[in-house]
Ligand binder design. Structure first.
Ligand code: 7RM
Length: 636
């Protein structure tokens, strides 16, 4: 087990040590794990190149650190509790020993299909146990998993298959989501027409619906598993060998394949899990995210399982069959730590207090949030109605790229403040930069959030495009990692995350690039061009507002066109990327070099009329027109 901090002075002491002697600090954490060969050097780094290597020369396997390491003490402890979408279907429990057997079996299946160390495997599954088994089996044999959230479209799936050049796709016949049954295999089939590298498709039977199985390519999971052996020796991995790719949106271009490696990610996920949630052996921990996002990777699977914890995996949605499903699950399994997004909290708050008030939830000790800024109202509701005023809230700030939590209270240790992520974890050195690229010293400052020293969990590159990794994260402030977020440090030295300052919008805690959505809108035959910005939304945090130029559209069919644009975006990206509002405009505010001035559009949708300097626009008159149209749409 990793060292656990238990007091505020302990935190301050560890933080100090981690800054003065980072290598000694992280080495001590790494020593809690099983290494097949020890490292020769703790850290090699250069943020200008950029290049970061942790535990150079060390050899290990992350699944050996989950299964072999815990076999003796935790073999019969529940590793995963799986709760299905439909509460009348029985839940499932996998002990560490049982999960190990399943992982080994599937690892052998993958090997029998010719999968080798370094090969990429795309996993496109709903929240069923096979998703956890597939990812761990991939890690067992040294393959690189690329998990694609099951809500993504065929086009988005194909793009990811192609970028990673995946050999294998793992999917299901269908998925259950609240009252709906979703034909996942059908979407996968559509993607497969455009995914040349995929050789075999493994299909889990979940819904039992009719699917097309292509002879020689598509194989049933249960048939492959029937005779698979339960022994599979873990592949020896270098500390810097890739563990997984996870695609995430940025301000420009297509989603980037963020690459995480083995040794550093392992120790960072485990250390942050144990300390932030103050997990104690025997606790039941429930993170309500989807494994298709980084939160699920690090804090449903890797972090908890590395620490021998019991992690609860939920297939469904918070409002099915009733808006008390989370509270019901918490009481049913006596959950001790609960981790979700501010959007989920706001949407449950909007359903009325009585749903949470009916449940005492005496088992709860810690509440967590992640993915977006939490507003004070939601924070207090969570604290009072879910935590009954007795559970600390950990507001955890981090990113796909950071691999694990970076700025957060330690539960019950760090004094909290609503809407503040509070203080950096040991080993994390945040700096706030001003508009001129100078670090802002002292308290009561606001600027761009950068990190000035490497940490073990950080992404090492963008898959297949190291140049892009450099441009996006290490160019704006040379020698520093740039997060894309704005931040404030208050009079107590506490950090408050203010949200993205680039062209990324955060809708219900999901990251979307405005360029990505614009490209999808522009595919519509009646659209000439478009500009997308985020606007404050009471539940989702940010909503998607699209300004669309469609000069040749039929005069009285605006609502129909809006729907057809939305359908197009759902098809090209995902239903989560559908614009909430679409305003037709005759043109967009542009600079002489042809760039859209999104700054002005952002002001308009935020209800401000302080546009700043508009003199560089080629068409300044358009601002007034757009402003009037905005008011009309709001009132109409
Ligand atoms: C874990 C995750 C990352 C972006 C990040 C922020 C925002 C995340 C918080 C937050 C305010 C928080 N990964 N964000 N956590 N903003 N307070 N506690 O969400 O890659 O999908 O998104 O999410 O803008 O840059 S992510």
């Amino acid at each position: 087990m990793v060292p656990k901090i238990s007091t505020l002075s302990g935190y301050l002491h560890e933080y100090q040590k981690s800054i003065v002697h980072p290598e000694i600090f992280w080495e001590r954490i790494a020593e809690s794990f099983h290494w097949r060969k020890p490292w020769e050097k703790v850290l090699e780094w250069d943020f200008n190149k950029p290049e970061v290597k942790w535990f150079v020369g060390g050899k290990l396997n992350i699944t050996e650190n989950i299964f072999e390491r815990h076999a003796c003490m935790k073999g019969d402890t529940p590793a995963i509790i799986w709760e299905p979408n439909d509460p009348s279907e029985p839940h499932k429990i996998f002990t560490y020993k049982q999960l190990w057997d399943e992982v080994n079996k599937f690892a052998n299946v993958l090997k029998s299909l010719g999968v080798k160390k370094g090969d990429r495997i795309t996993i496109y599954l709903p929240m069923i146990p096979e998703l956890a088994i597939a990812m761990l089996a991939s890690a067992r044999i040294g393959a690189i998993h690329s998990i694609v959230f099951a809500g993504f479209s065929a086009k988005a799936l194909a793009e990811r298959n192609n970028d990673a050049q995946s050999k294998i796709l793992i999917t299901a016949d269908g998925s259950f989501r609240g009252p709906k049954t979703i034909p996942l295999k059908q979407t996968a089939d559509e993607a497969l027409h455009m995914s040349g590298s995929i050789e075999k498709v493994i299909v889990v039977k979940r819904t039992g619906q009719q699917v097309r199985m292509k002879e020689g390519r598509d194989l049933w999971w249960h048939e492959l598993m029937k005779n698979a052996a339960t022994e599979c020796k873990a592949e020896t991995m270098d500390a810097e060998d890739p563990l997984f790719i996870l695609y995430t949106s940025g301000s420009t271009g297509k989603p980037k394949g963020i690459l995480h490696t083995t040794g550093g990610y392992m120790i960072y996920a485990a250390y942050t899990f144990r300390n932030v949630f103050q997990y104690t052996d025997g606790d039941i921990y429930f993170c309500a995210a989807d494994i298709g996002w980084i939160t699920g990777h690090s804090y449903i699977i890797y972090g908890p399982l590395l620490e021998g914890a019991t992690t609860l995996m939920f297939e469904g949605i918070p409002t099915y069959p009733k808006p008390d499903r989370y509270w019901q699950i918490i009481e049913k399994f006596k959950v001790n730590q609960f981790y979700t997004s501010p959007t989920a909290i706001r949407s449950l708050l909007a359903q009325g207090e009585e749903w949470a008030d009916k449940y005492d939830m005496p088992s709860l000790k810690v509440l967590g949030t992640v993915g977006e800024p939490i507003n004070e109202e939601a924070w207090h509701w969570y604290h009072n109605h879910v935590g009954k005023g007795r559970c600390p809230i950990v507001d955890t700030w981090w990113q796909t790229e950071t691999g694990g939590i970076m700025i957060s209270p330690l539960a019950g240790i760090t004094p909290t403040k609503p809407a503040y992520a509070t203080l950096p974890l040991p080993g994390i050195r945040p700096v706030i930069m001003d508009a001129d690229g100078k670090p802002l010293k002292g308290n009561n400052v606001e600027g761009s959030l950068c990190i000035e020293f490497p940490w073990p969990g950080m992404a090492r590159t963008v898959w297949g495009d190291h140049q892009r990794y450099k441009e996006v994260y290490f160019t704006a402030y040379p020698g520093k990692y740039f997060t894309g977020d704005g931040v404030k440090r208050d009079e107590d030295g506490y950090y408050r995350i203010l949200g993205r300052i680039d062209d990324v919008i955060n809708v219900s805690g999901h990251r979307l690039g405005t360029a990505e959505i614009e490209n999808a809108i522009n595919e519509h035959p009646l659209v000439a061009e478009s500009a997308v910005v985020g606007y404050p939304h009471p539940i989702k945090g940010q909503g998607i507002y699209a300004f669309v130029v469609a000069p040749a559209r039929p005069g009285n069919l605006d609502e129909e066109l809006r729907n057809s644009i939305r359908q197009g975006v759902a098809k090209l990206i995902s239903p989560i990327a559908k614009p909430d509002k679409i305003q037709f405009v005759s043109g967009l505010p542009k600079t002489r070099s042809g760039k859209i001035m999104r700054r002005i559009l952002r002001k308009i949708v935020a209800g401000s009329s302080d546009y700043g300097d508009t003199s560089t626009l080629t068409n300044p008159g358009i601002v007034n027109e757009i402003q009037k149209g905005f008011e009309a749409l709001k009132d109409g």
